[in-house]
Design a protein around this ligand. Structure first.
Ligand code: MG
Length: 346
C-alpha cells in the first residue's frame, strides 16, 4: 500500500475553551492509503498537545510507517496496528489515522460498510451530545441558544463560577446536561457542585480530577449520585481495570486509543468490568467522526460532535439532525470529499 498524508486545518466556529486550554484552529492530518488496486482508504489524525502529539509528530510517524505499509496487505490490520503500537506507543492519533484508513480500504474491497465488517448491526440513529465550551456567561448563553435543536448538551465546567453559569443555562433550555470538568476540580469542590447539579438535570460528569486521582474518584462516588466518567485518565484498554471500582463509566476516543481495533478492545474490557461507555472525539472532520459513528451500537452515550464545531469540513460522512447521528450509505467508512472539493492527490 502507498501512504500519503496532507495537513487539514479546521477552523472553529467559536474559540474553543476547556478547563486547561483555548484555541481557534485545530490542525489535523488526512491520510490516504492506496491498495495495489485502485481502492483508496481515508483516515484522519486529530492530535492534541495534552497527549503529546501535534501535526509534526503525526507527520513524522506517518513518514516512518510508509515502508511497513508498503510491504503489507490491508487485511493484516491486527499485525500492522500492533507493530505500529510497539514502535510508536505515544502516537495514538497518528496510529488511529492508519487504522481508520485500513478499515476503510477493507470495507471498500469487500463492498460492505464498516459496521458490517465488524459484525455489528447498523447503528440506529442515536442522539449525540453537542459541546458548549467555556466562555463568558453571555457567550455560553448564546451558544446554548444556537444549540437549541440538540436534546443533549455537554457543558464544559471546571472553573470558578461554573455552577452559577449552569443555573443560568438551565433557565434557557430543557436539554439534558452532561458536564465535563476536564480535570478542573478538587474533591471538596466536586462534591459540593455535583450535589447542587443534581437539581439542574445533569446526567453525568466527566473527568472531575487530575489524572490518577483514583482515591478521590472513589470518595466522591460515596457522596454524589450523578454518575462519574473518566476521559483523560483512560487512554486505552490497559488503563481500564485500575478504575473499575472507582467510576461508573469511561469515554473512549479513537484519537486517544489508536483506532478502531483498540476501541473495540476498550469496549470489551469496560463491559467485563461492568462499566458504562461513552464514545467521544476531538475536533475532527467527518472522516474520523464517521469511523467512530460505526461503533455506536456498542456504547451507551455518544459525544460525536467534533465536525459540527468547525466551519470548513471538506468531507462528508455521518450527519447530525436535531442531535440524531446518522451514518452515510456506502462501503467502508462511507465518508468522502464533499462535492466540488477534490480529494487530495495520492
Ligand atoms: Mg472529556
Amino acid at each position: 500500500m502507498k501512504l500519503t498524508f496532507h495537513p487539514l486545518d479546521l477552523k472553529l466556529k467559536h474559540t474553543f475553551q476547556i478547563a486547561r486550554e483555548t484555541r481557534t484552529i485545530q490542525n489535523n492530518v488526512i491520510v490516504l492509503l492506496q491498495d495495489n488496486g485502485e481502492v483508496i482508504g481515508l483516515g484522519e489524525a486529530a492530535p492534541t498537545s495534552y497527549f503529546g502529539e501535534d501535526v509534526n509528530s503525526v507527520s513524522s510517524v506517518l513518514a516512518q510507517s510508509a515502508d511497513l505499509l508498503n510491504q503489507s496487505d490491508p487485511f493484516q490490520v491486527e499485525d500492522i496496528t500492533n507493530r505500529l503500537k510497539n514502535e510508536f506507543p505515544k502516537s495514538a492519533a497518528a496510529r488511529a489515522s492508519i487504522d481508520i484508513a485500513l478499515h476503510d480500504i477493507i470495507g471498500k474491497k469487500l463492498k460492505i460498510p464498516l459496521y458490517r465488517l465488524l459484525g455489528l448491526n447498523k447503528p440506529e440513529s442515536k442522539i449525540t451530545s453537542f459541546t458548549i465550551g467555556i466562555d463568558t456567561p453571555e457567550k455560553m448563553g448564546k451558544k446554548v441558544e444556537e444549540a437549541k435543536d440538540f436534546p443533549i448538551l455537554k457543558i464544559k465546567v471546571g472553573f470558578k463560577d461554573d455552577i452559577e453559569i449552569l443555573r443560568e443555562l438551565r433557565k434557557m433550555t430543557t436539554a439534558v446536561f452532561r458536564v465535563d470538568a476536564n480535570t478542573g476540580w478538587t474533591p471538596d469542590e466536586a462534591i459540593k457542585k455535583l450535589n447542587l447539579m443534581e437539581d439542574l438535570g445533569v446526567e453525568l460528569v466527566e473527568q472531575p480530577f487530575p489524572v490518577g486521582s483514583i482515591e478521590s474518584l472513589r470518595q466522591i462516588r460515596r457522596h454524589v449520585k450523578i454518575p462519574v466518567f473518566v476521559d483523560e485518565d483512560i487512554k486505552d484498554s490497559k488503563d481500564i481495570p485500575a478504575f473499575s471500582d472507582a467510576v461508573d463509566g469511561i469515554n473512549i476516543k479513537l484519537m486517544k486509543c489508536g483506532g478502531i481495533r483498540e476501541a473495540l478492545r476498550m469496549i470489551y474490557t469496560a463491559r467485563a468490568h461492568g462499566l458504562k461507555i461513552m464514545i467521544g472525539c476531538n475536533i475532527e472532520s467527518s472522516v474520523s467522526i464517521t469511523a467512530a459513528a460505526h461503533l455506536t451500537s456498542l456504547v451507551d452515550y455518544i459525544d460525536l460532535d467534533g465536525h459540527l464545531l468547525v466551519t470548513n469540513d471538506p468531507y462528508r460522512g455521518a450527519t447530525v439532525d436535531k442531535g440524531k447521528l446518522t451514518l452515510p450509505d456506502g462501503n467502508g467508512l462511507g465518508a468522502g470529499a464533499r462535492s466540488g472539493v477534490p480529494l487530495p492527490s495520492m
